[in-house]
Design a protein. Structure first.
Length: 86
């Protein structure tokens, strides 16, 4: 996994960093890192089902930066404010 990801970080410049402007964004990144760390541990143990589970959680966490809501949450909020006929 480290060899596969290494090319993505070789040209990393700390001055080109991502700016996280809210606590929610910071927490999303912290959760993503934690899930990736768990995924790495399970991959080392060849626990592939758990690896995929942690990888999915990492993707969901990082996705909240660009899509900061869950579809179900959005629909609940939308329909709680409107009265739809019977």
């Amino acid at each position: 996994m480290k060899r596969a990801l290494k090319p993505l970080f070789e040209d990393h410049n700390p001055n080109d960093g991502l700016i996280l402007t809210s606590l929610a964004q910071q927490q999303a990144l912290v959760h993503t890192i934690a899930h990736l760390q768990e995924a790495t541990l399970t991959l080392e143990k060849l626990e592939l089902e758990l690896f995929s589970y942690h990888l999915k959680d990492a993707l969901e966490s990082i996705a909240t930066l660009s899509k900061p809501y869950h579809t179900e949450e959005m629909l609940d909020r939308l329909f709680s404010q409107f009265c739809l006929g019977k």
